[in-house]
Design a protein around this ligand. Structure first.
Ligand SMILES: Cc1ncc(COP(=O)(O)O)c(C=O)c1O
Length: 300
């Protein structure tokens, strides 16, 4: 499953530090921290039906990530929201849109990793693209990666940072295996998440997901947990092994880019439902109604 170029994105305008620029001119300096060290934080956000889904949660996670990284002169949430609104308005995007919002530590006075070399404040990039959920109508095959997901011992996954090499190395392995995405384990061998999404499994009518220790505490993940509770489905967060996933009745991933996507195979083991329960269709339906009504209304 490889995303394709969408011609509607040929003439988009991209926000870079106050300017709305055509995509070919939307650039950051070679002195920017994101170029020098992947020293940036980001959010993937979706626009549905004239509303930005879970905007407050995304803004909070961005601010928490920036604080953990000790960024200086961070724009306020209100300033970031205004940048987001003006980008969407300039592109007349009110639906079917994914936004990659990046906040870097900003430009350095000379190359080097020391944050003391950053004296100009943060760089804010708002890249809004026409992009329907990327796993629509695709059933995923996963392969387990030899690359372990970062733990708080080395790089806390609660910082949503741009240093994505951990995930990219795992994705390279998945590509080599002909899988759609990589399943990543934590430091002691329990399933953590995929290289790009959180993961759930169902067994005998109960929904399970790994603790958010090594995985990103995804916003879609937390919405699915809320929906499961609202639907009366028992939800258990626990350490889960590969064997439990191989033998699950249902497995699915969650994330802003691809919403809820069914997994049909892990490491050549087919996921077969041997129980009378089928949880994913109901959760998907509840998620679709949630995104169509919830969210911050666009002011244009
Ligand atoms: C590694 C990883 N896991 C999970 C997610 C899903 O998070 P969310 O539901 O907040 O989009 C993302 C999204 O960026 C991610 O990069």
């Amino acid at each position: 499953m490889l995303q394709k170029f969408d011609p509607r994105n040929q003439d988009i305008l991209v926000y870079v530090n106050g300017d709305l620029l055509p995509r070919a001119e939307a650039k950051v300096s070679v002195f920017d921290s994101v170029v020098q060290g992947g020293d940036a934080v980001w959010e993937g956000i979706r626009v549905y039906n004239g509303k930005i889904f879970a905007l407050e949660e995304h803004m909070l996670r961005l601010q928490h990530s920036a604080k953990a990284m000790a960024f200086a002169a961070v724009p306020t949430t209100n300033q970031i929201k205004q940048a987001l609104f003006s980008t969407l308005e300039a592109n007349e995007m009110r639906d079917d849109t994914h936004v990659r919002l990046t906040l870097t530590r900003g430009e350095k006075i000379t190359s080097g990793m020391n944050p003391k070399l950053n004296q100009a404040g943060c760089t804010l990039i708002v890249l809004a693209e026409w992009k329907p959920p990327i796993y629509q109508s695709i059933k995923l095959k996963l392969s387990t990666s030899s690359i372990r997901r970062n733990s708080p011992q080395n790089l806390d996954s609660k910082i949503h940072h741009n240093n994505l090499i951990n995930n990219i190395l795992a994705k390279i392995e998945a590509n080599l295996c002909g899988a759609d995405d990589a399943l990543m384990l934590d430091q002691i061998g329990f399933v953590s998440e995929t290289n790009a999404t959180n993961i759930f499994m169902a067994s005998q009518g109960i929904l399970y997901t790994p603790h958010a220790d090594s995985c990103l505490p995804g916003i879609t993940r937390s919405k699915v947990i809320d929906l499961a509770q609202a639907l009366g489905i028992s939800l258990v967060e626990k350490n889960l092994s590969l064997t439990e996933f191989y033998n699950a009745d249902e497995v699915f991933t969650t994330g802003t880019m691809g919403e809820l996507a069914e997994v049909v195979e892990i490491d050549s083991r087919e996921i077969t439902n041997e129980s009378e329960h089928l949880l994913l269709p109901g959760i998907k339906e509840a998620f679709a109604s949630m995104v169509s009504v919830e969210g911050e209304k666009l002011p244009f």
